[in-house]
Design a binder for this molecule. Structure first.
Ligand code: HEC
Ligand code: HEC
Length: 351
């Protein structure tokens, strides 16, 4: 077997304030491609939980109930699952999410698959960790529209929740932080299942089609996709302008107003299970995977902020078909998601 020659070209690592790292790495592979994929893309088994919020099964169970419970919205009709629906790959299948009360948000609901590995969250990276998203969602007027105090009060009226918080947490209380900890623990268990791609890099040559294999070569080579979609979840967690947004929809540029390159930059999303998540992009502006590949082939909107890796690709019609065949190999077999029976019951006094 010839040695793998991996070229790491043009790697720019810019450490920004807040310790956030943006990486732009273009990679090209020659030699045994399967072995190269194995090195970098092997499915991760162990979920990383932070030291200040370690895993426990009881905490994840409580988080699951909170995640499915519409009681955490002003109208009592919107739950996290309204927009992060397990049946729709933890998104909602809409171009723009619809909040409690029916107003459309400016953004598409991202999948929650593999959030345990995500460094900063939100399309523009405004959230420092999974916990930090919780009350932005619950109390956000156009998201779930329930003030924190009322959320705590409603949970405290339900004996099943009172017991669950008492069992799970040392202080036994229903607090903002404990709600964040429970929900985040459950969210971190949302992990994409292995796909035919994983069977292929595991050594089963028959697991994916010849077209998909040609597509894999394009993915890391001519099409340059692995410059940003790399690692087992097919994202390096960085932010780029790929030529999608326009106007005042400047994404990460809002957090870093002086950075030219972060204008119109959005987070590189995971490509695991991507075929299940149309429409695509932060604004749901691209309806199909064919449309996504056409966009990259054209190179998106040309402007100073656009990533240097985004350019006209000159892919033939057959190459575009191959690339899509490859993207489809990242879709896992269907998995069963446990739906909780939500605690309800008589009002009790809480001291
Ligand atoms: C009305 C739709 C809606 C509801 C309800 C909703 N979300 Fe979201 N969620 C979104 C949108 C839109 C974003 C993207 C926000 C951004 O980028 O600023 C998002 C982003 C997230 C993210 C960041 C994901 C990532 O990879 O960056 C997490 C985590 C999350 N939501 C968790 C939750 C939880 C937990 C709840 C329930 C408490 C919830 N969401 C309820 C629409 C919703
Ligand atoms: C310079 C980094 C970069 C490169 C190179 C790149 N992408 Fe992306 N990709 C992104 C970013 C950033 C987004 C999100 C943009 C947005 O939401 O507006 C994205 C979004 C996507 C999406 C939509 C996923 C979703 O859930 O909405 C797909 C599919 C995708 N890319 C596939 C590809 C393919 C195929 C290639 C190669 C032709 C490629 N990408 C090359 C950074 C990149």
């Amino acid at each position: 077997m010839p040695p793998i020659i991996r070229k790491l070209c043009g790697c720019v690592v810019a450490a920004l304030i807040l310790g956030v790292v943006v990486q732009t790495c273009a990679r090209a592979y020659t030699g045994s491609q399967v072995t190269a994929w194995q090195d970098e893309y092997r499915h991760q088994a162990a979920i990383p939980f932070p030291d200040d919020n370690p895993y426990s099964a009881a905490k994840a169970d409580l988080g699951r109930s909170l995640f499915f419970d519409p009681i955490l919205s002003g109208s009592r009709s919107t739950s996290c699952t309204s927009c992060h629906n397990p049946g729709l790959s933890w998104g909602d299948g809409l171009a723009r999410a619809t909040g409690d009360g029916g107003a459309a948000m400016a953004l598409r609901a991202p999948t929650l698959l593999n959030v345990a590995w995500t460094l900063v969250l939100g399309w523009d990276g405004k959230f420092r960790n999974v916990e930090a998203v919780t009350f932005a969602a619950i109390s956000g007027p156009i998201i779930m529209n329930l003030p924190e105090a009322e959320a705590i009060e409603r949970l405290a009226e339900i004996p099943g929740y009172v017991r669950a918080f008492a069992d799970v947490f040392g202080d036994g209380r229903i607090t903002r932080q404990n709600i964040e900890f429970a929900l985040a623990t459950y969210e971190r268990t949302i992990v994409s299942a292995p796909a035919s791609f994983d069977r292929w890099i595991g050594g089963d040559e028959e697991a994916i089609s010849p077209a998909a294999k040609r597509g894999s070569t394009l993915f890391t080579g001519k099409a340059g996709c692995s410059g940003c979609h790399n690692g087992w979840a097919f994202t390096d967690g960085s932010f780029h302008d790929i030529g999608t947004a326009r106007g005042d929809d400047i994404g990460r540029g809002r957090q870093f107003p002086t950075s030219l390159k972060l204008r119109f930059a959005f987070k590189v999303p995971t490509l695991r299970d991507v075929a299940r998540r149309a429409p695509y992009m932060h604004d749901g502006s691209v309806p199909t995977l064919e449309g996504v590949v056409d966009l990259y082939n054209r190179g998106g909107v040309e402007r100073p902020s656009r990533s240097l890796e985004i350019r006209r690709l000159g892919l033939t019609a057959n190459e575009r078909v191959d690339l899509i065949a490859f993207l489809r190999t990242l879709t896992s077999d269907p998995v069963h998601v446990l739906v909780p029976i939500l605690p309800r019951g008589v009002k009790i006094a809480v001291d």
